[in-house]
Design a protein around this ligand. Structure first.
Ligand SMILES: Cc1ncc(C[n+]2csc(CCOP(=O)(O)OP(=O)(O)O)c2C)c(N)n1
Ligand SMILES: [Mg+2]
Length: 686
């Protein structure tokens, strides 16, 4: 393992270490200004970071964490660019002033790529492992233009405390299971914030990783020679063998935890830590390799001067303008109009469940970058609702595969998969179990495009069977649309029949943004009384239904509208069928709008219709209070107030924690046609 490190590399490492130190110093000297926006620096950790970053190739991927400014310097980011981020300036190359110091995202031709880095510790493990999964997928499926000699690797960097988090174990499990080309770098300074490792972990990172079957190396992260050599060995092994490796680097933290949490408040190890300072060690290494001390001192002095100038320049740089706030909410989609033939040659109506399968089959046939994974979706079962049946047989288990019970991984890995150009369709088995995945959806998936200033949209479809019936009971019946529509940065569709589901699946696929499709399991086969119309003729392959387009399913008569005797029901999912049944009891008085997509919402159509009728009921399957439906009612009231003859009514489930298993209780809990009919009558008699 005796790596010969060139003098050029040594000099570069020393120069960058001086740069990192000067940055730490100038931020601290100017803390009145710089502490406006919280930041942490790599002081004490620089050497392992440089040993890594100086060995990365432009085709590699790296996810540095908030203490990794030396990794950023090492891959070629300038101190000025880092300062722009520190000060949240518009030309901050990562986020245009939207996110903190050393929270990068980078998509430059000649540098390693960096997906959006959130500030949630440990959460980068899953998206970053998703990149490695994507790279492996591309090699296994013989994608064109892949480098054969120097295969890309992925690096995920963490602090020692971060790897105690649950989600990290999902990532480690998958990396080991699938033999992914990923290097986990753990910088162990023995501190969480003020909690010491003796309080927070039973074993260190290398022992922990071994439990997953991940090879690991421990190294003194202040020793450049050893660090460089271990990193070099690990990178070569990963490139050649496609395996995960963990490097556990022991380092001292020589700066405050962050600008806001000062070391003098709680650190009792400052003196010992300073004795492990990597700076004099690296200097000594250079001297023993023939460099003159004077030359090294001059480098240090020149850098300090230049950092001072750059800091002054950065202070004068422009801030973002207010209107910049709105850029990059969603990446633009080309799918704006309903297109193609909703009727095909096949006149036999199909179930909703099959509409989804047929859509995915067409997509996977045309697009090698389309793949499907989730729990039990593989060929043995094809999904617990058989909602992926036949796909595994047709496309093989490299493209349609089972995952462990890892909702966080299923959702969060799409960030990485999408970054390498794939289009994952993933599935959460029941809406009730989306909760462990919500963190990834909120923290990583939904914010990637916005916080990377438009660099990293996440294109994925997350299928979520949802809703009650079929004796689902409290853990297989929940509705979660209020939670989902509260997450800005994802789209949420909720189709109610086979044709819509097929058309929406296509639109979602070609959408560059994350799309959750809620698929009501009670509608999959149209077996529940009143839901027979979920079955439709299968639309043609080219049929596509844009997201955000609601549909008027039933019209009230002109006469009833003119006489002020009509009402508009706004609903979706199962609500469509309860409403249809209830409407039969009235004499052409009811208009039904099926929203089909909840975010974005077809506000234009809704307001137009409410203004026409002057009355509106919103029906959803969720408990009604604090819900999406309530929020919609409020929006309608604000926009249509002058046209309303009565308050907007919301009908939902009872406001209770769960849908009970007993069928009588379930019946009482949920809305139904009779309850809706009663409300309609009340409103007409008002
Ligand atoms: C999920 C999450 N919980 C809590 C925090 C607050 N927090 C920020 S840094 C930190 C300590 C992380 O320690 P470690 O991973 O060892 O990195 P170090 O700062 O020591 O380099 C905590 C708890 C966070 N950012 N994310
Ligand atoms: Mg730590």
């Amino acid at each position: 393992m005796s790596e010969i490190i060139s003098k050029e590399t040594l000099k570069k490492a020393y120069t960058l270490l001086c740069t990192a130190r000067s940055l730490s110093e100038i931020y601290e000297l100017n803390k009145d200004i710089t502490s406006k926006y919280v930041h942490a620096t790599s002081k004490g950790h620089e050497v392992i970071q440089l040993a890594l970053s100086l060995q990365l190739d432009k085709n590699d991927w790296v996810s540095p964490y908030y203490r990794d400014d030396s990794i950023l310097l090492g891959i070629g980011i300038s101190p000025y660019e880092l300062m722009l981020q520190l000060l949240c300036k518009i030309d901050d190359p990562f986020s245009g002033g939207r996110t903190y110091y050393s929270h990068p995202s980078l998509k430059k031709e000649n540098m390693p790529k960096i997906i959006h880095q959130s500030s949630a510790t440990g959460m980068q493990a899953i998206p970053t492992t998703g990149i490695a999964l994507g790279i492996k997928y591309k090699y296994e499926n013989n994608f064109p233009n892949l480098s054969k000699n120097k295969k890309p690797i992925v690096v995920c960097s963490f602090g020692d405390a971060a790897i105690t988090e649950g989600e990290v174990s999902e990532a480690f499990q998958m990396a080991a299971l699938k033999k992914l080309p990923i290097l986990y770098l753990v910088q162990d300074n023995e501190w969480d914030i003020s909690a010491h490792s003796s309080e927070t972990r039973a074993v260190d990172a290398s022992t922990y990783a071994k439990g997953f079957g991940i090879k690991s190396y421990t190294v003194d992260g202040t020793d450049f020679k050893k660090s460089y050599s271990i990193v070099s060995q690990a990178i070569n092994e990963i490139r050649e063998k496609s395996i995960p490796i963990l490097i556990h680097a022991k380092v001292p933290l020589l700066n405050h935890h962050t600008s806001g949490v000062r070391m003098e408040w709680y650190r009792d190890d400052i003196k010992e830590s300073l004795e492990r300072d990597p700076f004099p060690k690296l200097k000594q290494l250079l001297i023993s390799n023939g460099f003159k001390e004077d030359e090294l001192n001059k480098i240090e002095k020149d850098i300090k001067e230049s950092i001072k100038k750059e800091f002054k320049r950065a202070l004068e740089a422009k801030d973002p303008k207010e209107e910049d706030l709105f850029n990059f909410k969603f990446a633009p989609t080309k799918i704006k109009e309903e297109k193609g033939n909703i009727k095909s040659d096949n006149n036999e109506p199909i179930f909703m469940v099959d509409a989804a399968i047929f859509a995915i089959k067409e997509l996977m046939t045309d697009h090698p970058e389309c793949l499907l994974y989730g729990q039990d979706v593989g060929k043995r079962l094809g999904g617990v609702f058989r909602e992926a049946a036949t796909l595994g047989e047709k496309f093989g288990d490299k493209r349609v595969f089972n995952t462990p019970i890892q909702e966080a991984f299923i959702i969060g890995s799409t960030v990485g998969m999408s970054a390498v150009g794939l289009k994952p369709i993933v599935e959460i088995q029941f809406a009730d179990y989306i909760w462990p995945g919500l963190n990834q959806l909120f923290t990583e998936v939904s914010r990637s495009y916005y916080l990377s200033n438009g660099k990293w949209p996440v294109s994925c479809i997350i299928r979520v069977p949802t809703g009650a019936y079929g004796s689902g009971g409290p853990y297989h019946s929940s509705s979660v649309e209020s939670i989902l529509t509260n997450i800005h940065g994802i789209k949420v569709a909720y189709p109610s029949n086979a044709a819509d589901l097929k058309g929406i699946m296509k639109a979602a696929y070609y959408d560059p943004n994350p799309v959750v499709i809620l698929e009501h399991k009670g509608l999959y086969w149209g077996k529940i009384k009143g839901t027979e119309e979920t079955k439709t003729i299968e639309p043609d392959k080219n049929y596509i239904l844009p997201l955000g387009k609601a549909n008027v399913l039933l019209n009230a008569s002109k006469k009833m509208i003119e006489n002020g005797n009509s009402i508009c029901i706004v609903t979706y999912g199962m609500g469509v069928y309860w409403s249809k049944t209830a409407a039969k009891k009235f004499n052409n008085q009811i208009e039904i709008i099926d929203l089909r997509t909840l975010y974005p919402l077809d506000e234009e159509l809704i307001y137009e219709s409410v203004k026409k009728h002057g009355r509106c009921i919103i029906i959803s399957e969720e408990p009604s209070s604090n819900s999406f439906a309530q929020s919609l009612a409020s929006r309608i009231s604000q926009n249509c107030f002058n046209y309303l003859d009565s308050a907007i009514k919301v009908i939902g489930s009872e406001n209770l924690p769960a849908i009970p298993l007993n069928s009588n209780l379930e019946e009482r809990m949920l809305p139904n046609a009779i309850k809706i009919e009663k409300e309609l009558k009340k409103i007409f008699n008002f």
